[in-house]
Write a protein that binds this ligand. Structure first.
Ligand SMILES: NC(=O)c1ccc[n+]([C@@H]2O[C@H](COP(=O)([O-])OP(=O)(O)OC[C@H]3O[C@@H](n4cnc5c(N)ncnc54)[C@H](O)[C@@H]3O)[C@@H](O)[C@H]2O)c1
Ligand SMILES: O=C(O)C1=N[C@H](C(=O)O)CCC1
Length: 264
């Protein structure tokens, strides 16, 4: 039987790709498409808004439809609403929104006591694989003579509201945990002095319509290793999130990540 899903932020850049790809997947049934009532296309058919023709599901704030998973790609207030919707519906939650404040993050952790939650800053297979590769590099380089300097560069479209990306922050956290790094900086200016090793620096670039690109640099004295992972469109995130919804629907309550979904 098809997994019945709801999409939160359904008229957004990601929401539209979820509607388009989810509607093609025979193992899924999109039964609700939530949007902010102030959105210019609120009330219109979600399929028409996504450019795939009539889906029979309007952009709405409330539904009587039963669903077993809700996928959220929205904004912090929308993510908060998605947590409440998931808990009230006893449905699984796939949380993809980034740039959440600590209070929103605490709500997600609390929800995971009662429903299954997949929470990841990137639903992309190659990004999550690159995180694994960076952990291997960090472990191997943590005690290298002369030290290894870690910098995380990310590029995204001009419309992105949070910075640095949630993915960049996760790369930093994972590497820091392996290397015992405790300091984080965002760009540099003026005369900060020689670079300490106990630091990871983030650099956020915003241009055009870039759907997402991360480069992680491990700079040694005499040699450098860089890992780059790059999306050419948003479908890698949407397919990962749809896979996560299928994975999580009906699972025991708890906090899961994309490694669980992808078996990495
Ligand atoms: N985890 C991942 O793989 C991944 C990938 C891409 C984007 N993202 C994140 O997803 C989020 C959305 O990205 P986007 O590019 O689609 O943004 P977007 O601005 O195009 O879409 C967000 C949508 O949420 C809607 N919204 C606002 N308030 C809402 C509410 N209360 N309830 C329901 N919907 C509401 C907006 O009207 C908009 O349509 C961002 O935080 C982004 O960083 C995560
Ligand atoms: O387009 C965005 O916004 C993206 N946000 C995520 C992040 O902040 O890590 C993932 C990539 C796309």
């Amino acid at each position: 039987m098809a997994t019945r899903i709801a999409i939160n932020g359904a008229a957004g850049r990601m929401g539209q790709r979820l509607v388009a790809l989810g509607s093609q997947d025979k193992s899924l049934d999109i039964v609700a498409c939530f949007e902010h009532a102030g959105h210019a296309k609120f009330g219109q058919d979600a399929g028409v808004v996504a450019g795939i023709g009539e889906l029979g599901v309007p952009l709405q704030e409330e539904t009587d439809a039963q669903y077993s998973a809700i996928i959220d790609f929205s904004v912090p207030a929308g993510a908060h609403a998605a947590v409440e919707r998931a808990v009230n519906a006893k449905a699984a939650l796939v949380m993809a929104t980034t740039g959440l404040e600590e209070e929103h993050q605490a709500k997600i952790r609390e929800a995971a006591n009662v429903i299954p939650v997949v929470w990841a800053p990137s639903m992309s297979t190659t990004v999550n694989l690159t995180m694994k590769l960076c952990e291997i590099a960090a472990e191997a380089l943590k005690d290298i003579p002369g030290g290894a300097d870690v910098e995380v560069l990310e590029r995204h479209h001009r419309f992105k509201e949070d910075s640095p990306s949630g993915t960049a922050l996760r790369f930093g956290e994972l590497i820091a945990a392996k290397m015992g790094i405790t300091e984080f900086v965002h760009g540099r200016e003026g005369r900060p002095g020689a670079r300490p090793h106990n630091e990871i620096a983030y650099h956020a670039i915003r241009t055009g319509d870039n759907p997402g690109e991360h480069t992680i640099i491990f700079g040694l004295l005499g040699e450098t290793i860089e890992m780059t992972v790059r999306a050419s469109n948003r479908d890698c995130y949407a397919t990962g999130a749809l896979q996560a919804a299928k994975f999580a629907a009906g699972k025991p309550a708890g906090l899961y990540n994309m490694n669980d979904v992808l078996g990495l």
